[in-house]
Design a protein around this ligand. Structure first.
Ligand SMILES: [Zn+2]
Length: 569
C-alpha cells in the first residue's frame, strides 16, 4: 500500500513495531513474582502486530526477528506449560489469564505464518496448563481477575483458534465451558444482556471500586469476549451467539461510538454517543478503538456487509491515526474530541502501556481488510494506492492496481489484470456517506451504486480493464446537542474535521456562525496546510478553518489545541 495509508503503515512498522526493544518485552516472563500487573500482555500484543507487519513487508530480516522472539518467549515456559510472570500463589489473579491469552495468540499467529511446530506445541502446553487450573471442579473462570471475568474469559478467542488448528475437542469443550460460565449468576451475562437489549453501559450497578471485578462495563475486555464468541460461532454455527454479538455491536454503535469512531470514558462504556459534546475524563482509550476495528473486521468477514468496513474506515482515519504520533513511534492512551493530545504513562515498570502495544495492531489490520476475497471474487473495502495480488476461486491469479490520492480527492482508478480473460464479480464498497457516486468500466457506466452497499461489477474481465470510482467528498454538517447547546461538526468523506489553533483563528471555542440553519452541506476550499497538518480547508460558513482530525492536535501540546464539535449560538 502506498499513499496516505501506506505512509502511515510504513511509519508505524519502522518507528514503532520494529523499533521495539524485543528483549525488554520477554524479560518479565523470566521472573515469576507478580501479583497484579499486566506486563505479560505486551509481548503478545506487540508480536501480533509484528507478525502482521512481517507478512505485509515480506522482509526476511523481520522474519528472523520474529523467529528469535518466539524462541525467547518459549524459553521462559516452565515444565508444566505455564508462560507468565505471576507467583505460584497468585496464578489466575489480576491479569494472569489475560496475559496468557495474548501470548497464546502470538504463538498461534507465528505458527500460521511460519508453520513452526514448536510454537503450536508451546501454545498447546500453555492451554493444557490453564486447563489444570480452571474449569469444572477447579477455579471458576468468571471469578478470576477483573471485570466479572471478562478479561480472563476473553482467552476464548485463542482457545477456539487452537481447536481449529489441532482438531482437539478438549479445546472446543473448554470454549463452550467459558461461554456457559458467562451465563452463570456471577458471570458477565454477555449473551443474555445483549439479546435483551440492555445498554452496554447499564448492564451492572456502578461499581464501588472502578477497576475491579464488580465492573461489568469495561469496553475493551467486553469487545474481546464478543470477538472470541464470533470465533466460536464459526465452529458451531449457533445462531444465538452470532445474534448476541450483533445485538451488542448495534447497541455500541448507536449508544457509545462517537463521530471519530471510538468511545469509552475511564475505559468503560458510558452512553458516549449522546455525551460526545461534553468533556469527559480519559475518553477513547486507543485499545477501545483497536478492538472495535477488530470486531468490525470479524463481522465484515462473517456477513459480507460493507457497513462494517465503513466503521473500520471511520475509526482508522480518525480515532486511530489521530492517536498515533506523526512519526508513528507511539500512540496516545486516551484521546478527546477537544483539547490537547497527550501521551499515557508507562505501565507495570515497563517503557510502554497497553495502548502503545495495541495501536499497531489497528494499523496492521488495514492491509488485511483493504481488499478481501470472497467466493465470487475480490471485494475492495478501503481505497488506498497499492497493488493487490490475489487468486480467484478458479486458481487464476488476479492483480488489482489502485491509483488514488484518496482521501485528498475522491477519485480512485483501479486496473484489473488477470492472467487470462475470466468472468468474476468485483465488489467495491460505496460508503454510506457517498451520496453522489460515479462508477465506470473503460469509460462506460457500470455497477449498481447505492450508498452503504457494495457496487458489484459482474464481467468477463480482460487484461487492462480499467475501473474508475468517484466518491462524494463534499463537506457534510453533522449535528449533536447536550442539555444546553446545539453543536455542529464537519466531515468530508471518511475524515472528521476539526478546528486547530495552528490554523490561525484564535477563537476556536466561539460560536460557529453559518452552521445555524438546517444546512447539510458546506463548501470546503482547500487551503495550504501549516506545517504538521496534512489537509486544511476553509469553510464557506464564516470562513472557519478546519483540518483533518488525525492532524488536529498533533504537535502534542497546547499550541495545537483543537475542537471537533463547534457550538451554535
Ligand atoms: Zn489501552
Amino acid at each position: 500500500m502506498g499513499g496516505y495509508l501506506g505512509r502511515k503503515i510504513d511509519l508505524c512498522i519502522s518507528n514503532r513495531i520494529f523499533a521495539q526493544n524485543r528483549e525488554r518485552l520477554v524479560e518479565p516472563f523470566r521472573h515469576r513474582g507478580e501479583r497484579g500487573c499486566w506486563q505479560t500482555e505486551f509481548w503478545g500484543k506487540w508480536f501480533l502486530s509484528a507478525v502482521a507487519a512481517g507478512r505485509y513487508t515480506g522482509n526476511p530480516d523481520q522474519r528472523q526477528w520474529l523467529r528469535a522472539s518466539v524462541r525467547e518467549i518459549l524459553a521462559t515456559q516452565t515444565p508444566d506449560g505455564y508462560i507468565g510472570n505471576y507467583s505460584a500463589d497468585s496464578h489466575l489473579k489480576g491479569w494472569d489469564i489475560w496475559g496468557r491469552k495474548y501470548t497464546l495468540l502470538g504463538l498461534l499467529a507465528w505458527y500460521d505464518m511460519a508453520g513452526d511446530a514448536a510454537a503450536l506445541d508451546g501454545g498447546r502446553r500453555l492451554a493444557g496448563h490453564l486447563l489444570t487450573e480452571v474449569g469444572p471442579g477447579k477455579a471458576d473462570i468468571v471469578r478470576c481477575g477483573l471485570y466479572r471475568g471478562m478479561a480472563a474469559t476473553s482467552v476464548l478467542e485463542p482457545v477456539v483458534l487452537l481447536y481449529r488448528r489441532t482438531g482437539d475437542e478438549t479445546y472446543l469443550r473448554f470454549a463452550e465451558y467459558i461461554v456457559s460460565r458467562w451465563s452463570s449468576r456471577q458471570g458477565p451475562q454477555l449473551i443474555e444482556k445483549a439479546l435483551d437489549g440492555t445498554p452496554v453501559a447499564e448492564r451492572f450497578p456502578r461499581p464501588k471500586k472502578w477497576f475491579s471485578w464488580e465492573n461489568g462495563e469495561k469496553a475493551y475486555e467486553m469487545m474481546s469476549c464478543y470477538t472470541g464468541l464470533l470465533e466460536l460461532y464459526r465452529e458451531t454455527g449457533r445462531a444465538a451467539w452470532m445474534n448476541a454479538a450483533r445485538r451488542a455491536h448495534e447497541n455500541i454503535l448507536a449508544a457509545e461510538i462517537n463521530i471519530v469512531g471510538s468511545g469509552s470514558a475511564e475505559e468503560c462504556w458510558y452512553g458516549g454517543t449522546l455525551r460526545q459534546t461534553q468533556p469527559a475524563h480519559n475518553t477513547m482509550e486507543t485499545c477501545v478503538a483497536v478492538s472495535w476495528m477488530e470486531w468490525n473486521a470479524h463481522l465484515l468477514r462473517l456477513t459480507g456487509d460493507p457497513r462494517f468496513a465503513d466503521e473500520i474506515e471511520k475509526t482508522a482515519y480518525n480515532a486511530l491515526l489521530g492517536a498515533m504520533m506523526p512519526d508513528g513511534s507511539t500512540f496516545a492512551k486516551y484521546s478527546a474530541l477537544e483539547g490537547a493530545r497527550t501521551l499515557g504513562e508507562a505501565q507495570c515498570g515497563m517503557d510502554l502501556n497497553c495502548c502503545v502495544a495495541n495501536g499497531p495492531r489497528g494499523v496492521m489490520l488495514l492491509p488485511q481488510v483493504a481488499v478481501m476475497m470472497g467466493a465470487e471474487g475480490p471485494a475492495v473495502n478501503l481505497y488506498s494506492e497499492g497493488v493487490w495480488n490475489l487468486q480467484l476461486a478458479s486458481g487464476t491469479p488476479c492483480r488489482i492496481d489502485v491509483r488514488t490520492d484518496y482521501p485528498l480527492t475522491g477519485r480512485i482508478d483501479l486496473a484489473v489484470r488477470t492472467e487470462r480473460p475470466e468472468t468474476f464479480r468485483l465488489r467495491l464498497r460505496i460508503p454510506a456517506w457517498s451520496e453522489e457516486t460515479s462508477l465506470t468500466v473503460n469509460g462506460s457506466k457500470a455497477g449498481d451504486v447505492h450508498p452503504g452497499a457494495y457496487a458489484t461489477i459482474d464481467r468477463h474481465w480482460k487484461p487492462g480493464d480499467r475501473v474508475r470510482l468517484q466518491l462524494d467528498l463534499r463537506g457534510r454538517v453533522l449535528r449533536a446537542a447536550d442539555a444546553t447547546r446545539q453543536y455542529a461538526a464537519v466531515v468530508r468523506g471518511p475524515l472528521v474535521l476539526a478546528r486547530d489553533l495552528r490554523l490561525g483563528q484564535s477563537g476556536i471555542d466561539s460560536v460557529a456562525g453559518g452552521f445555524g440553519d438546517e444546512r447539510k452541506l458546506v463548501l470546503l476550499q482547500d487551503v495550504p496546510p501549516p506545517p504538521g497538518i496534512t489537509m486544511a480547508f476553509a469553510a464557506d460558513a464564516g470562513g472557519i478553518r478546519l483540518c483533518d482530525y488525525a492532524s488536529a492536535g498533533n504537535s502534542w501540546d497546547a499550541s495545537s489545541r483543537y475542537r471537533v464539535w463547534m457550538p451554535l449560538a
